[in-house]
Write a protein that binds this ligand. Structure first.
Ligand code: FES
Ligand code: FES
Length: 150
């Protein structure tokens, strides 16, 4: 077992590495950052979305040993995503809430890029699967949060 250095939510950390141990497992089991959810566990649903170097990535299918750039999780983005989270609540954009942290993390990256076009938002979030809601409310709340920023 080796050690791997990471920066997570602005903090340097050293984590244990064995084989292809995933970033999601390290975040949840080793660093206690359990807002990153694991549903499919094989890179298909987006529940585990985090930002790596500012880009949305699926932490369940990312070997931690390959991570070089800063990781931002839902916890680290809590302040920045406040208006977005409020918008999710206002638009009723979640039911069970299991997909919501991944949706919010991904949408935070879209807002940073100034993306507010409805079709671009819909396309960008198409890899974040929600089994509860129609996607309309999710897209609506991201567009509303983006417009609130401008
Ligand atoms: S849990 Fe990672 S993509 Fe589904
Ligand atoms: S709110 Fe239940 S999976 Fe999206």
């Amino acid at each position: 077992m080796g050690e791997h250095r990471l920066v997570v939510n602005g903090e340097p950390v050293s984590v244990a590495v064995t084989g292809l141990r995933s970033l999601a497992e390290v975040l949840r089991a080793e660093l206690g950052l359990t807002a990153t959810k694991v549903a499919c566990g094989r890179g298909e649903c987006g529940a585990c979305t985090v930002l790596i170097g500012g880009e949305p990535r699926m932490a369940c299918s990312t070997p931690v040993v390959l991570v070089r750039d800063e990781v931002e999780t839902s916890e680290g983005l809590a302040r920045e995503s406040e208006s977005l989270r409020r918008s999710f609540a206002d638009h009723g954009a979640f039911q069970c809430g299991f997909c919501t942290p991944g949706q919010v993390v991904h949408a935070t990256a879209l807002l940073r890029q100034g993306i507010r076009d409805r079709e671009r938002v819909r396309h960008a979030l198409s890899g974040n699967i929600c089994r509860c809601t129609g996607y309309q409310a999710i897209v609506d709340c991201v567009v509303a949060a983006a417009e609130e920023r401008t």
